[in-house]
Design a protein around this ligand. Structure first.
Ligand code: PXP
Length: 239
């Protein structure tokens, strides 16, 4: 049985803390408990507006994590500098719009290719693996390879929001994207909107080696605790 990596995104714990601008719940504690539940990686998004994860969280998690750290960030000069200082195992470049509720779509690598290429080069030279968060779209996959990314993370949001025939066609798009990405020499990750209920068909796509999941795990954790919520997701990833 192949072990698929589970990255647990702990942003939502910080969102609750920031709702009161207080010190609890602490996403650093959440990260430690997620690891005890079997997480293979801690993922967090340090946003330009610092609406949830703060620099202090990023620093402490990077120091304390026993597994891997995946930093989601915009391709900006400020974030590049922070990433090189924190030295996470991987960086996932994501689009960022101030008004969005969450990361609503994948990157458009065809626009601002030079900026992406520069950030990818700097991070890779710093020994950090770099992934592009993109929609399951062939032109974006080709561009990811061209720009020197190590991996793509396929945005699964459209699949997660669809039902019936539309869910089938969005799943087909994810499968096709995963196959193409491997042909272009890219590793394949996936995430966004995945839950204990909709993950089953996606787990069966053999090319996907890593999932990054936040909202559903943290929501379940409210009722059953983080360790158990993570353990239950780990079980579902054993294909
Ligand atoms: N992967 C990326 C690149 C993301 O931006 C997010 C959301 O922060 C996730 C995965 C996790 O999405 P969700 O919280 O819907 O599981």
């Amino acid at each position: 049985m192949k072990r698929i990596r589970l990255g647990v995104n702990i942003d939502h714990v910080a969102t609750i803390r920031e709702a009161r601008k207080t010190t609890e719940p602490d996403p650093v504690t959440a990260a430690m408990l997620a690891e005890m539940g079997g997480a293979d990686q801690i993922t967090f998004h340090l946003r330009e507006d610092r609406r949830h994860i703060q620099n202090r969280d990023a620093r402490l998690i990077s120091e304390m994590a026993q597994t891997r750290v995946n930093l989601e960030m915009a391709a900006s000069a400020e974030m590049q500098e922070i990433a090189l200082a924190l030295h996470p195992d991987s960086v996932t470049l994501v689009p960022e719009r101030r008004e969005e509720v969450t990361t609503e779509g994948g990157l458009n690598l065809l626009r601002g290719a030079e900026r992406f290429a520069g950030v990818v080069k700097a991070l890779r030279e710093g020994g950090i693996k770099v992934a592009a968060f993109i929609n399951p779209d062939l032109s974006q996959i080709k561009e990811s390879a061209k720009l020197g990314f190590d991996a793509i993370e396929i945005h699964t949001g459209e699949y997660a929001n669809a039902s019936g025939a539309e869910a089938e066609s969005t799943l087909r798009a994810i499968k096709d994207a995963a196959t193409s990405a491997v042909k272009y020499g890219l590793r394949v990750h996936a995430g966004h909107g995945l839950t204990y209920h909709n993950i089953h068909p996606v787990v069966r796509i053999p090319e996907i080696e890593e999932f990054n999941i936040g909202h559903s795990i943290i929501s379940r954790a409210v009722f059953v605790g983080i360790e158990r919520a993570v353990r239950e997701m780990v079980e579902l990833l054993r294909r």
